[in-house]
Design a protein around this ligand. Structure first.
Ligand code: NAD
Ligand code: TYD
Length: 379
């Protein structure tokens, strides 16, 4: 394997830390630079197991700092960028859209422009280079819960190349689906995706974009549904279900996303888009019931013990009804498949949070409380 100098932005966050870990362990000959501003969501404790590896380096930097990033590109002779740094929580974007535009749009543009200037200054220019932008399925908007006549959802489809799956609608997000973002978060991610593609089309930068469905697994910041609810069940706190809990999300185990990123970084076609998802749709309320059952079982509580914690609250503004990714292109063209069934992944995830209470306490004992709790307290 050739030596490479790769910057992974947002490597101290949830998905980024899994990508950094995978690359550092799998490619000892690569120089892996984790570039992260360490916002509330960045946590170097996520990378304790690899922080002393000789092929790993952490750089604290804001992706909006053009000068500093340009200087880093030159100093480290960077030939690959895997860009995950972002503001990522929809509820925060509703309260503070400017921060999302700054980091997600201007930050991405700043990285693109610095990479362009540096790579174009080299004799070989863009040869052997890659700018890989990690995005979300939320840019596509929301899908309906349509279903074939006489069939109640969830119903079985054969959308996946490898197996049938349960779906809550007949439509899916494809790579060709028109962008239609609704939240300030998804609008900012959509905008950054457009800039990345524009840098390919205008300047010939070797870019690739992927749009992934909801991730779950270890090291996710406990403002997102799954870690927040596991923690609340454990501490017998209310579980704030937005609306009726009928919204559908398509869940993928984070390590499977990291595996896809590795594959696409190395083998994905330049200027292509790949959707990443596990054909794994769940209504929020059903996931919540699985979480309650699993946590109660693992803690030795009687069945149904934590059901009373379910608390229906005011719906999220502009709450997208259903996300469902069709990842057949990635499966067929590059041979990727999710490695874990959801039941297995959830069991692993719940066990991880229960066994890593200090990791959670470290976060939740500080300034941070769930966004809902903060809002609730202020009422
Ligand atoms: P996260 O919020 O857990 O982590 C984001 C990381 O980016 C943090 O370490 C933070 O410190 C860093 N960061 C934020 N602003 C920065 C800045 N200005 N400069 C440098 N670093 C900064 O997010 P995540 O869930 O790991 O998501 C990572 C990426 O994957 C995002 O681009 C997100 O849009 C995308 N994505 C997430 C999901 C999901 O379900 N979590 C699904 C699809 C795509
Ligand atoms: P979240 O984890 O915030 O991811 P996203 O908004 O990017 O899909 O939320 C997942 C789903 O769970 C979403 O439909 C909103 C819902 N939700 C709740 O019902 N209560 C909560 O406290 C949170 C954080 C989310």
């Amino acid at each position: 394997m050739a030596k490479r100098n790769i910057v992974i932005t947002g490597g101290a966050g949830f998905i980024g830390s899994h990508v950094v870990r995978l690359f550092v362990n799998k490619y000892p000959e690569y120089n892996i630079i984790n570039l992260d501003k360490l916002t509330y969501a960045g946590n170097l404790a996520n990378l304790k197991d690899i922080e002393d590896k000789p092929n790993y380096k952490f750089v604290k930097m804001d992706i909006c700092d053009f000068e500093a990033f340009y200087e880093l590109m030159q100093r480290e002779k960077v030939d690959g960028i895997i860009h995950l740094a972002a503001e990522s929580h929809v509820d925060r974007s509703i309260k503070d859209p400017f921060t999302f535009a700054r980091t997600n749009v201007m930050g991405t543009l700043s990285l693109l422009q610095a990479a362009k200037l540096y790579w174009e200054s080299l004799p070989e220019k863009y040869r052997g280079k890659r700018f890989y932008h990690i995005s979300t399925d939320e840019v596509y908007g929301a899908l309906e819960m349509t279903h074939p006549e006489g069939v109640e959802p969830p119903f079985t489809t054969a959308a996946s190349s490898s197996e049938h799956h349960l779906a809550y609608g007949t439509e899916f997000f494809y790579e060709t689906t028109k962008y239609n973002p609704h939240s300030p978060y998804s609008a900012s991610k959509a905008s950054s995706d457009h800039f990345v593609r524009a840098y390919h089309d205008t300047y010939g930068m070797p870019t690739v974009v992927t749009n992934c469905s909801n991730n779950y697994g270890p090291y996710q910041f406990p403002e997102k549904l799954i870690p927040l609810f596991i923690n609340n069940i454990r501490h017998r706190k209310p579980l704030p279900v937005y609306g009726k809990g009928e919204n559908v999300r398509d869940w993928l185990y984070v390590v499977d996303h990291a595996r896809a990123i590795d594959l696409i970084f190395h083998e994905g076609k330049i200027a292509e888009t790949y959707n990443i998802g596990g054909f794994n749709e769940w209504k929020n309320i059903d996931i919540i019931r699985v979480l309650i059952r699993t946590v109660d079982r693992l803690l030795g509580n009687p069945e149904g013990y934590s059901d009373e914690l379910i608390t229906y609250v005011t719906d999220r503004a502009g709450h997208d009804l259903r996300y469902a990714i069709d990842s057949s292109k990635l499966q067929k063209e590059l041979g990727w498949e999710p490695s874990l069934q959801f039941e297995e992944g959830i069991e692993k995830t719940v066990r991880w949070y229960l066994e890593n209470q200090p990791w959670l306490d470290n976060i939740t004992s500080g300034q941070y409380e769930s966004y809902y709790n903060e809002m609730y307290k202020n009422k």
